[in-house]
Design a protein around this ligand. Structure first.
Ligand code: 5GP
Ligand code: 5GP
Ligand code: 5GP
Length: 209
């Protein structure tokens, strides 16, 4: 049989906290043309990965992003996968980047429509903000132990997440991204074969947005 050049072992499903993207000193943030996103986690991406921690990228330059593939999912995409980079955009640039860099490496499993729909479904399945709020962890600029955040998500999703921090303008370590692992069909959460290095302090801020 034809051997697909790029295979992968699992996905990272990565969500970002907009408050931490927007108050970091690394970059400015701009709201999408469709307006200020709601105060919720947003999708960053669904990234094919290898068990050894490496990953394939930009696997098929013949598979350009095709906006017609997401027309049914557009309103969910705008809500759940807003782009916060500058200048303001309608999201297409971010989604196109994610498809071309990451999505093209899982085409053996998911075509473009399936890829974006899988990410939206995963976001609905793992409502991080609800899970954290239920554990008394709120986006109120307070500090929480990294362990309590990890544990709240583990209880809700069933598996320990990877947590990535960045720094606010005052240099405080804050909750930026949450990594969950997903099987190669893009539908079920699994135990992470390898967790990303997180760069978090043991106590981290959960900034308002
Ligand atoms: P950063 O260096 O900011 O952590 O990541 C930059 C970009 O590299 C991310 O937006 C993503 O495209 C890619 N990337 C970073 N870490 C990982 C990873 O562990 N797995 C995969 N598949 N991509 C990653
Ligand atoms: P880090 O050293 O922070 O994990 O990765 C730094 C950058 O190197 C990432 O943003 C990513 O773009 C790139 N990188 C790291 N590991 C890999 C890999 O296995 N494959 C690819 N394509 N890029 C990588
Ligand atoms: P990655 O390569 O790490 O998957 O994605 C990062 C790229 O997407 C960068 O070029 C960044 O400017 C762009 N981007 C657009 N909107 C966003 C956003 O809301 N969050 C992040 N982290 N990157 C975004």
């Amino acid at each position: 049989p034809l051997c697909l050049a790029q295979d992968f072992d699992f996905f990272y499903f990565v969500q970002q906290w907009p408050g931490a993207y927007c108050n970091s000193k690394q970059h400015r943030c701009c709201y999408p043309k469709t307006g200020r996103p709601s105060a919720d986690f947003g999708i960053h991406g669904l990234w094919p990965n290898y068990k050894d921690g490496g990953y394939p990228s930009n696997c098929n330059s013949n598979s350009a992003f095709d906006r017609t593939q997401i027309s049914e999912a557009l309103s969910s995409m705008q809500k759940d996968w807003p782009s916060l980079s500058c200048p303001s955009s309608d999201g297409l640039r971010f989604w196109s980047h994610e498809w071309e860099k990451h999505g093209t490496c899982s085409e053996s499993e998911l075509d473009q429509k399936e890829y974006f729909e899988a990410a939206i479904k995963l976001k609905e399945k793992a409502n991080l903000l609800n899970l954290l709020n239920d554990a008394g962890i709120e986006a109120n600029d307070e500090f929480y132990s990294l362990e309590s955040i990890r544990e709240a998500i583990r209880k809700g999703v069933g598996f320990t997440p990877g947590i990535q921090c960045n720094k606010d303008s005052g240099g405080h370590s804050q909750l930026y991204q949450v990594y969950l692992c997903v099987d190669t069909s893009g539908s079920e959460f699994i135990k992470c074969p390898v967790l990303p290095r997180g760069k978090c302090s043991s106590s981290i801020q959960f900034p308002k947005f």
